[in-house]
Design a binder for this molecule. Structure first.
Ligand code: FES
Length: 385
Protein backbone atom coordinates (compact mmCIF):
# COMPACT_ATOMS: atom_id res chain seq x y z
CA UNK A 1 0.00 0.00 0.00
CA UNK A 2 1.01 3.59 -0.22
CA UNK A 3 -0.08 5.67 2.73
CA UNK A 4 -0.01 8.82 0.58
CA UNK A 5 -3.12 7.49 -1.08
CA UNK A 6 -4.95 6.67 2.14
CA UNK A 7 -8.02 8.70 2.91
CA UNK A 8 -8.32 8.27 6.63
CA UNK A 9 -11.76 7.90 8.13
CA UNK A 10 -12.99 10.35 10.72
CA UNK A 11 -12.08 7.77 13.39
CA UNK A 12 -8.48 7.43 12.24
CA UNK A 13 -7.84 10.99 11.08
CA UNK A 14 -6.90 12.55 14.48
CA UNK A 15 -4.23 9.91 15.06
CA UNK A 16 -3.06 10.12 11.45
CA UNK A 17 -2.48 13.81 11.94
CA UNK A 18 -0.08 13.13 14.82
CA UNK A 19 1.41 9.78 13.92
CA UNK A 20 1.63 9.66 10.16
CA UNK A 21 5.30 10.58 9.99
CA UNK A 22 6.60 7.96 12.48
CA UNK A 23 4.16 5.46 11.02
CA UNK A 24 5.73 6.00 7.60
CA UNK A 25 9.17 5.49 9.14
CA UNK A 26 7.99 2.17 10.54
CA UNK A 27 6.50 1.04 7.23
CA UNK A 28 9.75 1.91 5.45
CA UNK A 29 11.53 -0.81 7.46
CA UNK A 30 9.63 -3.52 5.65
CA UNK A 31 9.97 -4.75 2.06
CA UNK A 32 7.42 -3.52 -0.44
CA UNK A 33 4.30 -5.62 -0.23
CA UNK A 34 5.12 -6.84 3.30
CA UNK A 35 4.15 -3.68 5.18
CA UNK A 36 1.42 -5.43 7.11
CA UNK A 37 4.20 -6.97 9.19
CA UNK A 38 4.57 -3.50 10.66
CA UNK A 39 1.40 -3.98 12.66
CA UNK A 40 3.15 -4.78 15.94
CA UNK A 41 5.30 -1.63 16.08
CA UNK A 42 2.37 0.42 14.79
CA UNK A 43 0.24 -0.74 17.72
CA UNK A 44 3.00 0.35 20.10
CA UNK A 45 3.10 3.67 18.25
CA UNK A 46 -0.62 4.11 18.82
CA UNK A 47 -0.05 3.54 22.53
CA UNK A 48 2.46 6.38 22.65
CA UNK A 49 -0.37 8.76 21.88
CA UNK A 50 -3.34 7.28 23.66
CA UNK A 51 -1.78 5.05 26.32
CA UNK A 52 -3.79 2.12 25.00
CA UNK A 53 -5.11 0.73 21.72
CA UNK A 54 -8.41 2.53 21.29
CA UNK A 55 -10.97 1.81 18.54
CA UNK A 56 -9.54 4.86 16.76
CA UNK A 57 -6.07 3.33 17.03
CA UNK A 58 -7.35 0.11 15.51
CA UNK A 59 -8.88 2.08 12.64
CA UNK A 60 -5.64 3.99 12.06
CA UNK A 61 -3.57 0.79 11.88
CA UNK A 62 -6.08 -0.93 9.62
CA UNK A 63 -6.33 1.97 7.20
CA UNK A 64 -2.62 2.67 6.91
CA UNK A 65 -1.89 -1.03 6.33
CA UNK A 66 -4.86 -1.69 4.06
CA UNK A 67 -6.20 -4.50 6.23
CA UNK A 68 -9.48 -4.73 8.08
CA UNK A 69 -10.15 -3.82 11.69
CA UNK A 70 -10.89 -7.41 12.68
CA UNK A 71 -7.35 -8.36 11.64
CA UNK A 72 -5.90 -5.56 13.74
CA UNK A 73 -8.17 -6.44 16.65
CA UNK A 74 -7.11 -10.08 16.52
CA UNK A 75 -3.49 -9.08 17.03
CA UNK A 76 -4.14 -6.29 19.52
CA UNK A 77 -6.18 -8.55 21.78
CA UNK A 78 -3.73 -11.46 21.58
CA UNK A 79 -0.74 -9.76 23.19
CA UNK A 80 -0.98 -8.51 26.75
CA UNK A 81 1.39 -5.62 26.02
CA UNK A 82 -1.35 -3.97 23.98
CA UNK A 83 -3.69 -2.42 26.48
CA UNK A 84 -7.39 -2.24 25.83
CA UNK A 85 -8.15 0.34 28.47
CA UNK A 86 -6.46 3.62 29.36
CA UNK A 87 -3.33 2.81 31.33
CA UNK A 88 -1.49 4.82 33.95
CA UNK A 89 1.86 6.52 33.53
CA UNK A 90 3.56 3.55 35.18
CA UNK A 91 2.56 -0.03 34.54
CA UNK A 92 3.66 -1.97 37.60
CA UNK A 93 3.81 -5.70 36.87
CA UNK A 94 4.30 -8.19 39.68
CA UNK A 95 5.26 -11.67 38.64
CA UNK A 96 3.05 -14.20 40.39
CA UNK A 97 4.12 -17.15 38.29
CA UNK A 98 5.41 -20.34 39.86
CA UNK A 99 8.88 -19.45 41.07
CA UNK A 100 8.11 -15.85 41.99
CA UNK A 101 5.01 -17.07 43.78
CA UNK A 102 7.02 -19.52 45.84
CA UNK A 103 9.47 -16.74 46.67
CA UNK A 104 6.78 -14.29 47.81
CA UNK A 105 5.46 -12.66 44.64
CA UNK A 106 1.84 -13.06 45.69
CA UNK A 107 2.53 -11.25 48.98
CA UNK A 108 4.10 -8.38 47.06
CA UNK A 109 1.09 -8.19 44.75
CA UNK A 110 -1.42 -8.41 47.61
CA UNK A 111 0.36 -5.65 49.50
CA UNK A 112 0.24 -3.38 46.46
CA UNK A 113 -3.46 -4.13 45.95
CA UNK A 114 -4.15 -3.10 49.51
CA UNK A 115 -1.87 -0.06 49.44
CA UNK A 116 -3.02 1.31 46.08
CA UNK A 117 -6.66 0.27 46.36
CA UNK A 118 -6.72 -1.19 42.86
CA UNK A 119 -6.78 -4.70 41.48
CA UNK A 120 -5.40 -6.37 38.38
CA UNK A 121 -5.40 -4.12 35.32
CA UNK A 122 -6.79 -1.21 37.28
CA UNK A 123 -5.39 2.29 37.56
CA UNK A 124 -5.12 4.56 40.57
CA UNK A 125 -7.34 7.63 40.64
CA UNK A 126 -4.41 9.97 39.94
CA UNK A 127 -3.67 8.09 36.71
CA UNK A 128 -0.15 7.27 37.85
CA UNK A 129 -0.09 3.55 38.50
CA UNK A 130 -1.69 0.64 36.70
CA UNK A 131 -1.18 -2.60 38.59
CA UNK A 132 -1.11 -6.02 37.04
CA UNK A 133 -0.03 -9.46 38.05
CA UNK A 134 2.10 -10.96 35.34
CA UNK A 135 3.18 -14.34 34.11
CA UNK A 136 6.88 -15.18 34.11
CA UNK A 137 8.90 -12.04 33.41
CA UNK A 138 11.95 -14.04 32.37
CA UNK A 139 14.01 -13.20 35.42
CA UNK A 140 13.28 -16.19 37.64
CA UNK A 141 16.82 -16.06 39.02
CA UNK A 142 15.87 -12.80 40.73
CA UNK A 143 12.48 -13.95 41.99
CA UNK A 144 10.20 -12.39 42.99
CA UNK A 145 10.42 -9.73 40.32
CA UNK A 146 8.61 -6.42 39.80
CA UNK A 147 8.87 -4.45 36.56
CA UNK A 148 7.80 -0.91 35.78
CA UNK A 149 6.94 -0.30 32.14
CA UNK A 150 8.76 -3.55 31.34
CA UNK A 151 12.04 -2.47 32.97
CA UNK A 152 13.26 -4.60 35.87
CA UNK A 153 12.54 -2.32 38.78
CA UNK A 154 12.88 -4.52 41.88
CA UNK A 155 14.75 -7.80 42.07
CA UNK A 156 14.04 -10.19 44.94
CA UNK A 157 11.20 -7.89 45.82
CA UNK A 158 9.58 -7.49 49.20
CA UNK A 159 6.18 -5.93 49.92
CA UNK A 160 7.91 -3.02 51.68
CA UNK A 161 10.22 -2.29 48.73
CA UNK A 162 7.31 -2.41 46.29
CA UNK A 163 5.22 0.00 48.36
CA UNK A 164 8.16 2.42 48.71
CA UNK A 165 8.70 2.35 44.95
CA UNK A 166 5.09 3.08 43.96
CA UNK A 167 4.96 5.87 46.54
CA UNK A 168 8.07 7.38 44.95
CA UNK A 169 6.57 7.13 41.47
CA UNK A 170 3.36 8.78 42.61
CA UNK A 171 5.40 11.56 44.21
CA UNK A 172 7.05 12.30 40.88
CA UNK A 173 10.33 10.50 41.51
CA UNK A 174 12.01 8.26 38.98
CA UNK A 175 13.81 5.75 41.19
CA UNK A 176 16.76 3.91 39.73
CA UNK A 177 15.75 0.33 39.03
CA UNK A 178 17.65 -2.69 40.28
CA UNK A 179 18.97 -3.30 36.79
CA UNK A 180 18.77 -1.65 33.44
CA UNK A 181 17.82 1.79 32.35
CA UNK A 182 16.28 4.59 34.37
CA UNK A 183 12.51 4.19 34.58
CA UNK A 184 10.45 6.02 32.02
CA UNK A 185 6.76 6.55 31.36
CA UNK A 186 4.71 3.95 29.57
CA UNK A 187 4.41 6.21 26.55
CA UNK A 188 8.19 6.64 26.39
CA UNK A 189 8.56 2.90 26.60
CA UNK A 190 5.97 2.41 23.86
CA UNK A 191 8.06 4.64 21.61
CA UNK A 192 11.06 2.38 22.23
CA UNK A 193 8.94 -0.67 21.55
CA UNK A 194 7.83 0.91 18.29
CA UNK A 195 11.50 0.84 17.34
CA UNK A 196 12.63 4.40 17.94
CA UNK A 197 15.75 5.32 19.88
CA UNK A 198 15.30 6.75 23.34
CA UNK A 199 17.51 9.82 23.65
CA UNK A 200 17.06 10.31 27.39
CA UNK A 201 20.11 10.36 29.57
CA UNK A 202 20.67 6.87 30.95
CA UNK A 203 17.89 5.46 28.82
CA UNK A 204 20.02 2.49 27.91
CA UNK A 205 22.38 0.48 30.03
CA UNK A 206 24.26 -2.71 29.69
CA UNK A 207 26.41 -4.77 31.99
CA UNK A 208 27.58 -8.18 33.02
CA UNK A 209 25.23 -10.87 34.28
CA UNK A 210 24.54 -10.63 38.02
CA UNK A 211 25.34 -13.13 40.75
CA UNK A 212 21.91 -14.85 40.77
CA UNK A 213 22.14 -15.43 37.02
CA UNK A 214 25.63 -16.90 37.36
CA UNK A 215 24.84 -18.96 40.46
CA UNK A 216 24.79 -22.27 38.58
CA UNK A 217 28.14 -21.58 36.92
CA UNK A 218 29.65 -20.48 40.21
CA UNK A 219 28.49 -23.63 41.98
CA UNK A 220 29.83 -25.80 39.18
CA UNK A 221 33.20 -24.07 39.42
CA UNK A 222 33.27 -24.40 43.20
CA UNK A 223 32.61 -28.12 42.99
CA UNK A 224 34.84 -28.74 40.00
CA UNK A 225 31.95 -29.86 37.81
CA UNK A 226 32.51 -29.58 34.09
CA UNK A 227 31.13 -31.18 30.98
CA UNK A 228 33.77 -33.48 29.56
CA UNK A 229 35.19 -32.14 26.34
CA UNK A 230 33.09 -28.98 26.49
CA UNK A 231 34.65 -26.12 24.60
CA UNK A 232 32.87 -22.80 25.19
CA UNK A 233 34.33 -21.50 21.94
CA UNK A 234 32.64 -24.16 19.83
CA UNK A 235 30.74 -22.32 17.07
CA UNK A 236 26.99 -22.74 17.18
CA UNK A 237 25.71 -24.94 14.39
CA UNK A 238 23.23 -23.12 12.25
CA UNK A 239 19.79 -24.60 11.85
CA UNK A 240 18.84 -25.29 8.28
CA UNK A 241 16.41 -27.58 6.54
CA UNK A 242 17.65 -31.08 5.84
CA UNK A 243 18.12 -31.99 2.17
CA UNK A 244 15.11 -33.73 0.67
CA UNK A 245 16.86 -37.09 0.38
CA UNK A 246 17.74 -36.90 4.09
CA UNK A 247 14.13 -36.20 4.97
CA UNK A 248 13.01 -39.16 2.87
CA UNK A 249 15.37 -41.44 4.69
CA UNK A 250 14.12 -40.09 8.03
CA UNK A 251 10.60 -40.88 6.91
CA UNK A 252 11.60 -44.47 6.17
CA UNK A 253 13.25 -44.83 9.58
CA UNK A 254 10.17 -43.42 11.27
CA UNK A 255 7.96 -45.84 9.32
CA UNK A 256 10.04 -48.82 10.41
CA UNK A 257 9.94 -47.58 14.01
CA UNK A 258 6.16 -47.29 13.88
CA UNK A 259 5.81 -50.78 12.45
CA UNK A 260 8.11 -52.24 15.11
CA UNK A 261 6.24 -50.41 17.85
CA UNK A 262 2.91 -51.76 16.68
CA UNK A 263 4.25 -55.32 16.62
CA UNK A 264 5.74 -54.99 20.09
CA UNK A 265 2.43 -53.63 21.34
CA UNK A 266 0.54 -56.60 19.86
CA UNK A 267 2.98 -59.04 21.47
CA UNK A 268 2.70 -57.42 24.89
CA UNK A 269 -1.09 -57.44 24.69
CA UNK A 270 -1.08 -61.13 23.87
CA UNK A 271 1.18 -62.02 26.77
CA UNK A 272 -0.78 -59.87 29.19
CA UNK A 273 -4.11 -61.35 28.12
CA UNK A 274 -2.74 -64.86 28.60
CA UNK A 275 -1.23 -64.09 31.99
CA UNK A 276 -4.50 -62.76 33.35
CA UNK A 277 -6.41 -65.83 32.23
CA UNK A 278 -8.19 -64.07 29.39
CA UNK A 279 -7.13 -66.61 26.84
CA UNK A 280 -10.37 -66.48 24.93
CA UNK A 281 -10.14 -62.74 24.54
CA UNK A 282 -6.50 -62.93 23.54
CA UNK A 283 -7.26 -65.52 20.90
CA UNK A 284 -10.07 -63.40 19.51
CA UNK A 285 -8.08 -60.20 19.29
CA UNK A 286 -4.60 -61.37 18.38
CA UNK A 287 -4.87 -65.01 17.44
CA UNK A 288 -4.26 -64.43 13.75
CA UNK A 289 -1.15 -62.32 14.44
CA UNK A 290 0.09 -64.92 16.93
CA UNK A 291 -0.18 -67.67 14.35
CA UNK A 292 1.43 -65.66 11.59
CA UNK A 293 3.82 -63.17 13.12
CA UNK A 294 7.35 -64.58 13.36
CA UNK A 295 8.36 -61.84 15.85
CA UNK A 296 5.73 -63.05 18.30
CA UNK A 297 6.87 -66.65 17.90
CA UNK A 298 10.46 -65.56 18.48
CA UNK A 299 9.46 -63.63 21.60
CA UNK A 300 7.60 -66.66 22.92
CA UNK A 301 10.61 -68.91 22.26
CA UNK A 302 12.95 -66.52 24.06
CA UNK A 303 10.72 -66.18 27.09
CA UNK A 304 8.52 -69.24 27.36
CA UNK A 305 7.49 -68.33 30.93
CA UNK A 306 5.69 -65.31 29.68
CA UNK A 307 3.32 -67.57 27.75
CA UNK A 308 2.69 -69.88 30.68
CA UNK A 309 -0.85 -69.56 31.97
CA UNK A 310 -1.04 -68.52 35.59
CA UNK A 311 -0.84 -65.52 37.86
CA UNK A 312 1.34 -62.56 36.91
CA UNK A 313 4.59 -62.36 38.90
CA UNK A 314 4.19 -60.94 42.37
CA UNK A 315 5.87 -57.57 42.94
CA UNK A 316 9.01 -57.57 45.03
CA UNK A 317 8.37 -56.56 48.63
CA UNK A 318 8.61 -52.82 48.87
CA UNK A 319 9.23 -52.51 45.14
CA UNK A 320 7.10 -50.77 42.52
CA UNK A 321 3.98 -52.51 41.26
CA UNK A 322 4.34 -54.34 37.94
CA UNK A 323 3.39 -52.25 34.90
CA UNK A 324 -0.04 -52.72 33.44
CA UNK A 325 -0.33 -54.24 29.96
CA UNK A 326 -1.25 -50.83 28.57
CA UNK A 327 1.67 -49.17 30.32
CA UNK A 328 4.12 -51.80 29.09
CA UNK A 329 2.82 -51.44 25.53
CA UNK A 330 3.10 -47.67 25.64
CA UNK A 331 6.64 -47.90 27.04
CA UNK A 332 7.70 -50.41 24.39
CA UNK A 333 6.20 -48.28 21.62
CA UNK A 334 7.94 -45.19 22.98
CA UNK A 335 11.29 -46.98 23.20
CA UNK A 336 10.96 -48.24 19.63
CA UNK A 337 10.09 -44.80 18.31
CA UNK A 338 12.88 -43.05 20.25
CA UNK A 339 16.15 -44.87 19.91
CA UNK A 340 18.74 -43.50 22.33
CA UNK A 341 21.43 -41.19 20.99
CA UNK A 342 24.76 -42.95 20.81
CA UNK A 343 26.69 -40.39 22.81
CA UNK A 344 23.85 -38.74 24.73
CA UNK A 345 24.41 -35.51 22.84
CA UNK A 346 21.63 -33.61 21.12
CA UNK A 347 21.60 -33.78 17.34
CA UNK A 348 23.78 -31.17 15.76
CA UNK A 349 26.55 -31.27 18.35
CA UNK A 350 28.94 -33.14 16.12
CA UNK A 351 31.03 -31.15 13.66
CA UNK A 352 29.34 -31.13 10.31
CA UNK A 353 26.12 -32.65 11.65
CA UNK A 354 22.97 -30.95 10.44
CA UNK A 355 20.26 -29.87 12.81
CA UNK A 356 17.03 -30.65 11.07
CA UNK A 357 14.40 -27.98 11.07
CA UNK A 358 11.11 -29.45 12.14
CA UNK A 359 9.08 -27.57 9.57
CA UNK A 360 10.52 -27.31 6.13
CA UNK A 361 7.55 -27.08 3.81
CA UNK A 362 8.81 -23.94 2.20
CA UNK A 363 10.92 -21.02 3.15
CA UNK A 364 7.92 -18.87 4.00
CA UNK A 365 5.24 -21.32 4.98
CA UNK A 366 6.67 -24.55 6.32
CA UNK A 367 4.28 -27.42 6.73
CA UNK A 368 4.50 -30.77 8.42
CA UNK A 369 3.25 -32.46 5.25
CA UNK A 370 6.29 -31.27 3.38
CA UNK A 371 8.54 -32.88 5.97
CA UNK A 372 7.32 -36.42 6.40
CA UNK A 373 10.40 -37.30 8.40
CA UNK A 374 9.32 -34.94 11.11
CA UNK A 375 5.69 -36.03 10.95
CA UNK A 376 6.77 -39.59 11.44
CA UNK A 377 8.66 -38.75 14.59
CA UNK A 378 5.55 -37.29 16.21
CA UNK A 379 2.70 -39.62 17.19
CA UNK A 380 -0.49 -39.05 15.25
CA UNK A 381 -3.79 -38.65 17.11
CA UNK A 382 -4.60 -42.20 16.21
CA UNK A 383 -1.29 -43.44 17.62
CA UNK A 384 -1.84 -41.48 20.81
CA UNK A 385 -5.10 -43.40 21.31
S1 FES B 1 8.50 -16.93 37.58
FE1 FES B 1 8.72 -14.82 37.96
S2 FES B 1 10.23 -14.19 36.58
FE2 FES B 1 9.96 -16.28 36.11
Amino acid sequence: MSDSTVEFSSAAAPLAEKLLEPARAILARYPAGRERSALLPLLHLVQTEEGFVSPNGVAFCAEILGINKAQVGAVATFYTMYKRRPTGEYLVSVCTNTLCNVMGGQEVYDQLVEHLGVGHDETTGDGKITLEHAECLAACDYAPVVTVNYDFAIDQATPQAAVAMVDGLRAGERPMPARGARLCSLRDMSMQLAGFADERDGALTDGPAGAPTLRGVTLAQEHGIAVAGYDPDTPITKTKPAPREERTSQSRVAGVAREAASKVKAAVETVAATATGSRDKADRTTGAEKAEDPQIRTAAARNPDAATPGEPPAPAPGGPPPPSAEGAAAEAAGAAANPPAGDAKPAGDEPGETVVSENTGSADHPTAEANPGWTGAQPTDEEKK
